[in-house]
Write a protein that binds this ligand. Structure first.
Ligand SMILES: Cc1ncc(COP(=O)(O)O)c(C=O)c1O
Length: 442
């Protein structure tokens, strides 16, 4: 039984007339799954309400930020109180110092600079890495998304260790001809690129644990290997924790590897959770590297709304409330949903792989290779048509999954028994819908 979507459809028509594709970020348009994008009117805890009055358990949590659920009373109260003092001054403020202190206390970064989006954070980290090293080449992995930075919207060139080609029209060849794109989890490819471009690589940037091709965890020791290889060649290791930061664990992905193994990235990028649902992001790292940044050093970087007092208040309140109990709760709910999804898909005969890192997980509707997905080419074998059927069956049953087969599923501390049970109840029918879609297009 499909839900009414008249009000969403009417708003989408209006949006299409004034906004490309009717949305302000492509995945929201449902192009990968079809159907009418739901326009959300409000949200509370684990639940979204759309403009037709339909309620959904939210499994995207604004693509990661809403770690405590929507409209958390304390975050709301602090933000409301902060707004009474004005919303932006273009001067330094106390909340940004407090948020910087919190991030420095919780991560291996020694200095941090705030920006307004994850894209700005990675773009600025790349510039700083180039300014610090005096080198120009950057290395990234296929399937890792670091925002819509020209030099990072790159596809692999014709061979390993060759320079990349633009990943989208509008990116000039000159922006990607200093970028090398490698297969993820491939140590030999990393060794080869450093051997082929000695003294030219400014940095290697990676998602600390990729979540933008579905969750593809680093193989044990892979991040440590990257850090060590960069150090050996005088390049900086940039760990992008925009998605995983304060999400995969209390200390992000670093808490699951570097903190245990005893190494630290040279630079890190953060966003999402640290903004508490507001546009705030950051990059930070070694003090000697960060001191190359203006006004202390010569590498220019700036922002009118950087460190905005409302955004930093929301982020600070969120991080202070993000206790071990919060992560334990989210981890428990994630385990329950993962197990139930896998059971439902198996019962329906749908081959799948469930992968996770900390509290983040995703489900590939494909056999993977030896039951695992290790890189972008393996992730690409997921059955997007079957996922579309699965997604719509879940949506009809009141569960809002990511509208794309290549995304992580996000939970919050507000996902209580009722929310989790709604997901569990929806899974068997959705798995059967995926199986039927596979039969039809087989
Ligand atoms: C790992 C990673 N880096 C960077 C970004 C870009 O962040 P933003 O969308 O805030 O520009 C994202 C966004 O999803 C991300 O997941």
């Amino acid at each position: 039984m499909s839900r009414r979507t008249d009000a969403s459809a009417a708003l989408f028509d209006r949006a299409l007339a004034v906004t490309p594709g009717g949305v302000n970020s492509p995945v929201r348009a449902f192009n990968a799954v079809g159907g009418t994008p739901r326009f959300i009117r409000s949200a509370a805890g684990a639940w979204l309400t759309d403009v037709d009055g339909n309620e959904y358990v939210d499994l995207i949590c604004s693509w990661g930020p809403m770690l405590l659920g929507h409209a958390h009373p304390e975050v709301q109260a602090r933000v409301a109180e902060a707004v009474t003092r004005g919303t932006s001054y273009g001067t330094p403020t106390e909340p940004e110092v407090e948020l910087a202190e919190e991030i420095v206390a919780r991560t291996p970064v020694e200095r941090v600079r705030f920006v307004s989006s994850g894209t700005e954070a990675t773009m600025s980290a790349i510039r700083l890495a180039r300014g610090f090293t005096g080198r120009d080449v950057i290395v990234k992995f296929a399937g890792c998304y670091h925002g819509h930075v020209d030099s990072l919207l790159a596809s692999a060139g014709s061979g390993l260790a060759t320079f990349a080609v633009p990943g989208t029209p509008g990116v000039p060849v000159s922006s990607t001809e200093l970028t090398v794109v490698l297969p993820y989890n491939d140590r030999a490819a990393v060794e080869k690129v450093f051997a082929e471009h000695p003294d030219r690589i400014a940095c290697l940037i990676t998602e600390a644990a990729p979540g933008n091709m579905g969750v593809v965890p680093p193989e044990p020791g892979f991040n440590a290997f990257l850090a060590e290889t960069c150090a050996r060649h005088g390049a900086l290791f940039v760990s992008d924790e925009v998605m995983t930061g304060f999400r995969a664990s209390r200390l992000g992905q670093w808490g699951l590897d570097g903190a245990v193994e005893g190494w630290r990235p040279d630079l890190m990028t953060f966003g999402k959770v640290m903004g508490g649902g507001f546009p705030a992001a950051a990059f930070g790292g070694r003090a000697d590297v960060m001191s190359r940044l203006a006004p202390e050093g010569p590498v220019y970087q700036a922002g009118t709304l950087s460190g905005n007092p409302i955004a930093t208040t929301a982020g600070l309140t969120t991080l202070r409330l993000a206790t071990d109990e919060v992560y334990a709760h989210i981890g428990g709910a994630a385990e329950t949903i993962k197990a139930a999804a896998s059971e439902a898909l198996s019962a329906a005969g749908v081959t799948h792989v469930v992968q996770s890192t900390g509290t983040m997980f995703s489900i590939f509707l494909s056999p993977g290779v030896d039951g695992r997905v290790r890189d972008f080419s393996e992730a690409s074998s997921t059955d997007a048509t079957a996922y579309g059927a699965f997604f719509h069956a879940m949506l009809d049953a009141g569960v809002y999954l990511p509208p794309s087969a290549y995304e992580a599923w996000f939970l919050s501390s507000a996902h209580d028994d009722r929310a989790v049970q709604t997901v569990l109840d929806a899974l068997p029918d959705a798995a059967r819908a995926a199986a039927r879609a596979q039969e039809t297009h087989a």
